[in-house]
Ligand binder design. Sequence first.
Ligand code: UD1
Length: 379
Amino acid sequence: MSAARRILSVVGARPNFMKLAPLARALTAREGTAHVIVHTGQHYDPEMSDSFFKDLGIPAPDENLEVGSASHAQQTAAIMQRIEPVLLARGPDLVLVYGDVNSTVAAALVAAKLGIAVGHVEAGLRSRDWTMPEEINRVVTDRLADLLFTPSRDADENLRAEGVPAERIHFVGNIMIDSLVASLPKARSLGALARHKVESRSYVLVTLHRPSNVDDAAALKSLLEALETLSEREPVLFPVHPRTRARIRDAGVTPRANGRLHLLEPIPYLEMLGLVDQAALVITDSGGLQEETSYLGVPCLTVRPNTERPVTCTQGTNRLVEPRGEAVLAAAEQVLGRGTGEGRMGKPAKRIELWDGHAAERIAAVIETYLARHNKQRV
Ligand code: UD1
């Protein structure tokens, strides 16, 4: 790579792509910046990966490591083994990693050991739940990173409490919201509601894929039963993650065919955003949806005992609900029972600081300053 600034982004899983898109644009808009994209292949189904590159206008990856699915150790190790020669050959000044997936921690570890600076986009989030693989990935990645780009003030506090030097922490806002803001007009014009035969504020949108919710057959069954009951009240659209689909099959659970609980294939980014925007309620265990609903003012129930995104509960529309069918049903009925009008729609969220669509530009500016100093020191 030859340019004043040589930056290499590593992505692998669906939630990484929304964070990469705006930054890829902001980086390439800056003169003297060469930006290379490496896809680890952690997610590989077209509807989990390619459709996101297309919807978000991300250039095709320069390299694909094609690691695929495996146990955590095998997947993380495969990424590490395959990315090391790529980093050596490309020789970037900075490796950027995103979020909290296995691809994030694997790439950060290899780059750090090669003495390459690491930037972590979406740093500092903490659930304090060490049973979550993502929490381990977050803590380790932040420990390795030279530049920590945080989405919210609580993340800064978490990092400071762990002893991260203040000059490494950069509060830049939420880059997922950059993608949302840029994509909303297009998402709204797609006719997603008509395609799914639902009406504005008259359906529930569901995603569930965390191992804690779907890997235990009894827990999964109880959640599906709650959704069946809920669908008698409002249609339920449930795009099913491949992991969840496999667990539903393994558990032999067949939802009652009342025609109103729709188990769908994973939905592309723009269509999903169109559906989130107009939902009466979102029920999820995803990280990104807690943020998107908070921005859009759509009520969200997060089926988890904790969240690494507390600002979505204190300033947004998110509420944690115990991962049990009855608890989810009771909470959902409470939200939907508020009748029509403003209560039912949720309240427009109080704008969260720096969730404004410009996080990527702030990150690109920090990187430029950092590399100007860093590269000068090396000469
Ligand atoms: C991963 C992330 C999680 C993130 C989620 C978003 C980790 C530890 N977890 O979880 O934080 O919220 O992505 O989707 O990195 N599969 C397919 N096709 C694919 C990808 C996966 O069929 O394209 C199936 C495979 O059976 C695989 C399973 O899904 O074993 C799990 O995939 P994996 O990437 O290991 O974890 P996710 O559950 O997707």
